[in-house]
Structure formats: structure tokens, C-alpha cells
Design a protein around this ligand. Structure first.
Ligand code: PLP
Length: 723
């Protein structure tokens, strides 16, 4: 229970939102709303902005701060005098105040006695909204959803991360399909971040010690409902130009910058928490990037007189580590010379020799020895989890060597909590309205109760289909408007306009394939037989559209080549403009896609997709999944709620790309396309398709939500860590 946590706790807001928008008094609180991301998952709150001037709202990429500054005074004054608007305004602020002041939260009800300590949640990236581009993909979006759900459940949790001056890059695709990265400085005045101030009224500063220098950082606060996110920033005059770059971009490929960033996050994050006077009971590392926090916590106790051994033993119970991928590129490790260069002061402070220090995370690789961040985290946390059942199995196998006494791989102490998504963030407003009507207005409060979903049958098929078709048209219009804007911007070849969706048709079966372009995700699998694909896509009465989107890390050459390979096929005239590549995949585009396609396709090479979450976002909007039985889909698929690609083979069985591609084409041709186009009932309703949609909605929405996920984290990892 929040009230039971001793002040000051992690969830106390510290900064003060400015109100500098010069609004009419009657609607003055819009400025306050702009500084709390609560509005991003409450459609009525969004309408308070877009009802004033929808075109401007869209043009400003849903940024309420810029919007309130730029909206015409005439439109603002008109809203302040419009009774319908004011009624909505009053309702939204009643809800907002009730939410912020709620005492009867799930956490208070279920864990008032136990949940006495707060939780610090560390992550290199947070994907909360399109206006805050401090995320690159699934890991960040998961962290963002984690914060939103913690807020909804009333958990005393705060996020810790970095505030990047340029964020993650924007993607442009050249006529030849080559990804170009555009980095633009963010204007922090346009973002809902506020500096945390010290007692003297100046920004609170912390510092991190490197062997040859101190790096200073300030702390920004971002409000996510009831939960704060604290973001460190080193772009300060007192730092050298090189150190100012530590928070310039997410995921530098230069490993020298990268290790310093991770030291900043892990060590600096702990210091920021201390500077704010907090003493969390749980320290959760979302991936290994933050693992230096385990050493900083031990250092605090060593400074107080304990030996390192005792200090680690005392702190490890409070540490929780979540591993997110078996793919090497996602498991950071550093060559030992970098450890010497950046941490030689640290081992002395811990009372360790250099060798003892390196032993904490030494990883022997065929090409030499490294210092492994996941090993550092696994060794010094008592709570450890993977992000799906299959990934749990894979992780126990992968890290078994760290527990030489444990013979049985199933006994390796890494559990799993399957990922989920924040339902209110990802579900289309129209669908929520339909649920309000048929599942009861409070269905979102009863989200993870299966009984809520027994009422799915009450929803008329035609109504569900009408919502779906509305969302498909919305996606098509959005894509067309994007193409038009790019075209008018100049330098856009007509073939790029077609490749970007100028010929998209909302009445055609549409498949979405959007994710990071990492090679294990096999974006080009569907191109293995181009003749067959061409034939499938262009059947006269049963055409198919496929929409691709996704970024590759700027240093990932194979990833960029994959984008180019996809783009070159997309451009071919013989595919009739039915294959589309959309530039600059981000949270906004993801929302349109997961709400507005018919089928969500995912064909990673098993078992590399630890969980995957975009398919969950699609499923909760009535979009059917068509995926390899990897990660979350292996748990969710029941034969009736979507389709599988390839077999659920034994992990050691080698399933070739060709076999998966054959399965993909066969299922598309024999099951998916016929189900969509034939057996149409009255009013052209694809009856059996809608039955499958309902089965998917009913079985997936409650389970693959952050609601279920966070309750599991509390019960299985957070509460044990607090004890
Ligand atoms: C959900 C999401 C992801 C993760 O997608 P996966 O298919 O699970 O890898 C990546 N990027 C964005 C913008 C997302 O919204």
C-alpha cells in the first residue's frame, strides 16, 4: 500500500509541472494533463486535445505541450465555451483526480501488509509514447507498459533510465531501399519532463566516479499516472564533450561509450535514488544493461565497513533480473581492457583485486575473455526470470554453466514470467466502446478475470466486424496521408509512393509484419518463393496485401541489407503495389498497424524470439496471429485462435527455413485466404473469420496483459525480494 511506505518513497512526485500555456481559466488544467502520460491511455483525455484542432494534433504527432502552445486562441476559446467540450473536460478531470487519489488500488487491497517497500525499475529504454523517442523496440515498449500497469495497480514503483538528447533515430528509406538514420535533437521544453530540484531550488546533481574523472548528471522526472520515471542526463557544461555524449543517443555502437552509459545507468541510477532520499526494497534490472547497480549497492555497504562478500550477500536478495533474449547481440559483454579503463577505481572501493573483480562476470568465449553483464546480474540477484515458458527453458540451458552443482537443467534457478501488454494503451477506442456496452463499463478493472470474457458471445458478430472494418479504413487513410505528405515534401520517387502504400485497399485481406529487422526474425522468409508469393498476392478475387515496417540498428549491416531486400521486392511492379514498406516504425505506427490489419505474422527462427509482444497488441484488437510457435505464441495458440507456422518441434530438431516457408505458404493458401474470402454471410460478413476473432480476443486479452504479468512479478519476484 502506497500510504504504508515510509516517506519519501519512490512514488512521491518531486518536480513541479510548469503551467505556461496561457489558457482560459475554465480549461486551465489541460496544462497539468499534458505533464502526465495518463492521458495517453485514456481516450477521453486524448479527445480533450484533438477536439480543439484535430489536424494540428495529428501534425504535432500528438504532443500536448506543443499543441497547447500552438493551437489557435480562437479554437481554444471556442472550446472553453462549448458545453459539450466542457462536459467532457469535467468528466476527464474527475477521472484523473480519482485515479491520482485512489486509495483502494489492487496493491492496497491485496498486499497492504506486505508491499511496504518500493520498487526501483531500471531500464536502458522506455517506450511510453511516440513523443518520447527514448526506446528502440520491444524491450523499451515492455518497460513503458510495465510502468503504466504498476500505476494502474497502485504499486509503489519508479522507473530509472536515461534521457537521450537525440532519442533513437528516425528512419528514411532511399529509393534503393537503403535505411538512412536521421538524428535530431529533442527539444526538452516540448516534452513532459521536469528537472528534479534540490533543496537550493537548483537541479539536483549526482555524480559517477570513473578512474580519471567525475561525470555529473541531473535527473528529469516524467509522470506516468501515479508512477514517476527518473531519467539521468549528462549534457551539462561541467562535463567534457565526450561525457556529454553519454546521454546523446540510445545504444551507441561504440563500446567505449556503451560501457560508460551502462555505468551511468547502474551506478548513477542508485546514486540518483539516494540523492532523492529513497531506500527501495526491490531493484529490478530490465535486461543486463543496469547490472552495475548490484556492485554500487554492495559498495555502499563496503563503505560502511562490510566486506564485499558480506555486502553482496546482504544486497542480492533485493535484486531482480529479467533476461530478454538468447541472442548474443542482446547480451552485452565487454572486453577486459575496457573494464580496466573504466572501472579500475571500482574494484579498490569494493576491496577486490582486479582478478577478483573480473571473476564476478568473467565469460570465456572462443575469441577471448569478456565481462558479461547478464552474468553479473544473474550471479548477484536472487530473483531471475525469463519472459516466456520456452524462453525460461532456453535460458536455464544457456546459463546452466553458472551453477555447476545443479545437474538437472530444470533446477537452474531462472523462472519465467511471460510478457504482456498494457491493454488500455494498445486497444482501439472503438473496441473499448463496444466492450463497455457488452462486457460492462468496468471490464477493464476485471481484465484478467476469465469470467469477464465469457460475455464475448453477447457481442453481435456484425458489430465486431464493423469496428474492425473501421480500423482497417483508418489505417489505409493514415497511410495515404503519410504518402501524400512525403510526396509533397519532394525528393520522393513515384515508385517510393507506391512502395509506401499509395495503392493500399482497405477491403483486401491485409497481413502486417512489423518489428526490428534483426536477421533471426527472418523478414524475407515469405520471399523464399517469389513466384508463389506473386501468384498468392494477385489472385483476381482474393488478393492479399502485406505491410512491412521496422528499423535495423544503424550499425547492423545485415539488418539493413534485409530491409533493402524486402524493399526491392516491394517495389516490383508485378506485385501490384500490394506489398508495402512503411518507413519509421514507432509506437504511433505500431498502434495503427496492430489495430488495422487482419493478420499479424511473425516468423522468427525458433527459439530466438524470447517472447514477442506485438502479436499480443494485435490479438487484443481482434487481429489474428499467424506465427512460429516460439515465445508467447507457443503458450497462447490453441488451434482455434490463429494459426501456427511450422511444427512445435523439439528444441533440438533442426527445422529448415524452407520447411517453415512451405508451411507459411500452405497455411496462407489453404486456410487463411479461403476463410477470409469465402463463407461470407449476410451483409458480406465473414462469419467464420469473426468466430476466430472472438476466440482470439477471449483467450488472449486477459492472459497476455501486463495486468496478469505484473501480478506475477509481485507475487513471485517482488514480494520475496522485499522479505
Ligand atoms: C510492440 C513493439 C515492438 C515489439 O515488437 P515484437 O514484434 O514483439 O518484437 C517493437 N517496436 C514497437 C514500436 C512496438 O510497439
Amino acid at each position: 500500500m502506497i500510504a504504508a511506505v515510509k516517506e519519501p518513497n519512490m512514488t512521491t512526485f518531486r518536480a513541479k509541472p510548469p503551467n505556461h500555456f496561457d489558457l482560459p481559466r475554465r480549461i486551465n488544467r489541460l496544462g497539468e494533463l499534458a505533464y502526465n502520460l495518463w492521458w495517453t491511455w485514456n481516450p477521453n483525455a486524448q479527445r480533450l486535445f484533438n477536439r480543439i484542432d484535430n489536424a494540428l494534433w495529428e501534425r504535432l504527432n500528438h504532443n500536448p505541450l506543443r499543441f497547447l502552445r500552438q493551437a489557435g486562441r480562437f479554437e481554444i476559446n471556442a472550446a472553453a465555451q462549448d458545453s459539450v467540450y466542457l462536459e467532457l473536460y469535467d468528466r476527464v478531470f474527475r477521472d484523473f483526480d480519482a485515479y491520482l487519489n485512489e486509495t483502494d488500488t489492487w496493491c492496497a487491497r491485496e498486499h497492504s501488509g506486505n508491499c511496504k517497500k518500493s520498487i526501483a525499475y531500471f531500464s536502458m529504454e522506455f517506450g511510453l509514447h511516440e513523443t518520447m523517442p527514448i526506446y528502440s523496440g520491444g524491450l523499451g515498449v515492455l518497460a513503458g507498459d510495465h510502468l503504466k500497469e504498476a500505476s494502474d495497480l497502485g504499486l509503489p514503483l519508479a522507473g530509472i533510465g536515461l534521457m537521450y538528447a537525440e532519442g533513437y533515430f528516425s528512419q528514411r528509406i532511399s529509393e534503393d531501399g537503403w535505411q538512412e538514420a536521421v538524428n535530431r535533437p529533442l527539444n526538452f521544453d516540448d516534452l513532459p519532463v521536469m528537472p528534479v530540484l534540490g533543496k537550493d531550488g537548483e537541479p539536483l546533481k549526482i555524480s559517477v566516479t570513473f578512474p580519471d574523472r567525475e561525470v555529473v548528471a541531473i535527473i528529469w522526472e516524467l509522470r506516468v499516472g501515479r508512477v514517476p520515471l527518473y531519467l539521468l542526463d549528462t549534457d551539462l557544461d561541467e562535463n567534457s564533450p565526450a561525457d556529454r555524449k553519454l546521454t546523446e543517443r540510445l545504444y551507441w555502437s561504440d563500446i567505449d561509450l556503451r560501457i560508460a552509459q551502462e555505468i551511468l545507468l547502474g551506478v548513477g541510477g542508485v546514486r540518483a535514488i539516494r540523492a532523492m532520499g529513497c531506500d527501495p526494497g526491490v531493484w529490478h534490472m530490465n535486461e543486463g544493461h543496469a547490472a552495475f547497480l548490484t556492485l554500487e549497492r554492495a559498495r555502499e555497504l563496503v563503505a560502511g565497513g562490510l566486506t564485499f562478500k558480506k555486502a553482496i550477500a546482504k544486497t542480492r536478495a533485493g535484486n531482480v533480473f529479467t533476461t530478454h533474449t538468447p541472442v548474443p547481440a542482446g547480451n552485452d559483454e565487454f572486453p577486459l581492457w575496457l573494464i580496466d579503463k573504466n572501472l579500475s577505481n571500482f574494484w579498490a572501493e569494493l576491496g577486490l583485486t582486479r582478478d577478483e573483480f573480473v571473476d564476478l562476470a568473467r565469460h570465456g568465449q572462443s575469441w577471448g575473455e569478456t565481462f558479461s553483464m547478464p552474468i553479473l546480474a544473474l550471479r548477484h540477484s536472487d530473483g531471475r526470470n525469463a519472459v516466456s515458458e520456452l524462453h525460461g527453458h532456453v535460458s536455464r540451458r544457456m546459463w546452466q554453466f553458472l551453477w555447476p552443482d545443479v545437474r538437472d537443467v530444470d533446477e537452474v534457478p531462472i523462472t519465467s514470467v511471460t510478457n504482456g501488454v498494457h491493454t488500455a494503451t494498445w486497444m482501439a477506442r472503438r473496441l473499448r466502446v463496444l466492450y463497455d456496452k457488452y462486457l460492462g463499463e468496468d471490464w477493464l478493472d476485471r481484465l484478467d478475470d476469465p469470467e469477464t470474457w465469457d460475455r464475448m458471445d453477447a457481442i453481435p458478430e456484425a458489430d465486431l466486424w464493423a469496428v474492425h472494418m473501421h480500423l482497417k479504413r483508418k489505417l489505409a487513410f493514415y497511410v495515404l496521408n503519410r504518402v501524400r505528405a512525403r510526396w509533397m515534401g519532394g525528393g520522393f520517387h513515384p515508385v517510393q509512393a507506391i512502395a509506401s502504400g499509395a495503392m493500399l485497399d482497405p477491403y483486401v485481406l491485409t497481413i502486417g509484419f512489423s518489428r526490428r529487422f534483426a536477421t533471426y526474425k527472418r523478414a524475407s522468409l515469405i520471399f523464399s518463393d517469389l513466384d508463389r508469393l506473386h501468384e498468392l498476392v494477385n489472385r483476381p478475387n482474393r488478393p492479399v496485401q502485406i505491410i512491412f515496417a521496422g528499423k535495423a540498428h544503424p550499425a547492423d549491416e545485415p539488418g539493413k541489407q534485409l530491409i533493402q531486400e524486402v524493399y526491392r521486392v516491394v517495389k516490383k511492379a508485378e506485385n501490384g503495389g500490394r506489398l508495402v514498406f512503411l518507413e519509421d516504425y514507432d509506437i504511433n505506427l505500431a498502434r495503427y498497424l496492430v489495430q488495422g490489419v487482419d493478420v499479424w505474422m511473425n516468423n522468427p527462427r525458433r527459439p530466438n524470439e524470447a517472447s514477442g509482444t506485438s502479436g499480443m497488441k494485435a490479438a487484443l484488437n481482434g487481429v489474428l496471429n499467424f506465427s512460429v510457435l516460439d515465445g508467447w505464441w507457443r503458450e497462447a495458440y490453441n488451434g482455434e485462435n490463429g494459426w501456427a507456422i511450422g511444427p512445435d518441434a523439439d528444441l533440438d530438431a533442426v527445422v529448415s527455413d524452407d520447411a517453415d516457408a512451405d508451411s507459411l505458404y500452405d497455411t496462407l493458401e489453404n486456410e487463411i485466404i479461403p476463410l477470409y474470402y469465402t463463407e461470407r454471410g449476410a451483409n458480406d460478413l465473414p462469419v467464420k473469420w469473426v468466430v476466430r476473432m472472438k476466440e482470439s480476443l477471449r483467450t488472449i486479452t486477459p492472459l497476455f496483459s501486463t495486468r496478469r504479468m505484473l501480478k506475477e512479478y509481485v507475487g513471485r519476484l517482488y514480494l520475496p525480494a522485499m522479505k
